[in-house]
Design a protein around this ligand. Structure first.
Ligand SMILES: O=C[C@H](O)[C@H](O)COP(=O)(O)O
Ligand SMILES: C=C(OP(=O)(O)O)C(=O)O
Length: 365
């Protein structure tokens, strides 16, 4: 890693780097991939998981997609323990639910705050991004070997070259669904992509994003060697909407119908994932099970468009400040949005599997 102090390199009066203090050259994506390669067995597993999820989106697989996991990953040991428990649920409910682990390394902030494990893995303002990338890749390799499909938010347009091959599903978040950069990136990503409605509740931005990302784009990015490159994409055919609520929730029947109508008006497939957290839980984690149960009820009543749910779930409930000294952080508790605990997650998914096992099968003609 080589660091250039741009302030000392820029004499007074310079037009450049006025607000840039320093830059460091990072390991290239290819170097990290060589250092931590993806075994063939894991590659096969991810190819199949992406296909399973695409089949759910296009209604060729009856199962309900369940994306469950911490709001953000900050502690690798806790993430591994969560994954081992989630893997049991994945197996237990595999005929009805397709359970994928949320592994979010990049957090979009409303203003400022800890931006995730890649940006600041030590959570102390040391911003050791190279070690963040390495830790993230090591963890993804472990989780894949465990046999869990993995989900993330694609936020940084550079990090996919380092990590994206390990994910089977990605979201474009509420704060970036309207961003051209993110729509271009989504058009080239190799896994199914969900687009969240905007933080104010706007569905239009997600529908526009789906159309944009399904198209081919030309844009500047980096290649695996870390060079700036002109990227040419063919478009992502597996886009769908994620309803996350906004100023008010949008998971109830009326909102789902409105979303179905808007998708139909744009000749888009009616595949909807409901995020049970965020605006839909009014930021109260205890409400997530209520949202999920309402969604299960809609499916039992004959809804055909809901293809999945998302849960913010961790080993223990609630959250804590990411600014606490490391030795004061409680194990298995979120440092970003509050989560439901694992026992509640397991109860909820057992209820869902029981209620939906027959009805989901009858959806696929
Ligand atoms: O899901 C996580 C948060 O809702 C998102 O990153 C915004 O967090 P903030 O409003 O605490 O910055
Ligand atoms: C940031 C997230 O969600 P949203 O984009 O809906 O706020 C998230 O799911 O972590």
């Amino acid at each position: 890693m080589s660091e250039i102090n741009t302030q000392s390199a820029s004499p007074r009066g310079s037009l450049n780097d006025i607000h840039v203090n320093a830059e460091e050259v990072l390991i290239t994506p290819q170097q990290l991939r060589d250092e931590l390669p993806l075994p063939d067995k894991s590659r096969e597993f991810i190819i199949n998981a992406r296909q399973d999820i695409a089949n759910i989106i296009h209604k060729k697989d009856h199962r309900l997609l369940v994306i469950s996991g911490p709001c953000s990953i900050h502690d690798v040991d806790a993430a591994k323990e969560y994954a081992r428990q989630l893997k049991e649920l994945h197996e237990l409910h595999k005929d009805t639910l397709y359970i994928v682990m949320r592994v979010y390394f990049e957090k979009p902030r409303t203003t400022v705050g800890w931006k995730g494990l890649i940006n600041d893995p030590q959570m102390d303002g040391s911003f050791d991004v190279e070690s963040g990338l390495r830790t993230a890749r090591e963890l993804l390799l472990y989780l894949t070997e465990l046999g869990l499909p993995l989900a993330t938010e694609a936020l940084d347009p550079i990090s996919p070259q380092y990590l994206a091959e390990l994910f089977s599903w990605s979201a474009i978040g509420a704060r970036t669904t309207e961003s051209q950069t993110h729509r271009e990136m989504a058009s080239g990503l190799s896994m199914p992509i969900g687009f969240k409605n905007g933080t104010n509740g706007s569905l239009d931005v997600a529908i526009n994003a789906m159309q944009s990302a399904a198209s081919s784009h030309r844009f500047m990015g980096i290649n695996r060697q870390g060079q700036v490159a002109l990227i040419k994409t063919s478009g992502n055919p597996d886009g769908h909407v994620i309803l996350r609520g906004g100023k008010k929730p949008n998971y109830e029947e009326e909102s789902i119908k409105l979303c179905e109508q808007q998708l139909a008006e744009h000749h888009l497939e009616p595949g909807i994932v409901v995020d049970c957290s965020h605006g839909n839980s009014k930021k109260d984690y205890r409400r997530q099970p209520l949202v999920a149960e309402n969604v299960f009820g809609q499916i039992v009543q004959g809804n055909q468009s809901i293809i999945g749910i998302m849960l913010e779930s961790h080993l223990s409930e609630g959250n804590q400040s990411a600014n606490l000294p490391k030795n004061e952080l409680k194990y298995g508790v979120s440092v970003t949005d509050a989560c439901i605990d694992f026992a509640s997650t397991a109860n909820l998914l057992a209820k869902g599997a029981e209620q939906l096992s027959q009805v989901l099968k009858s959806r696929i003609a």
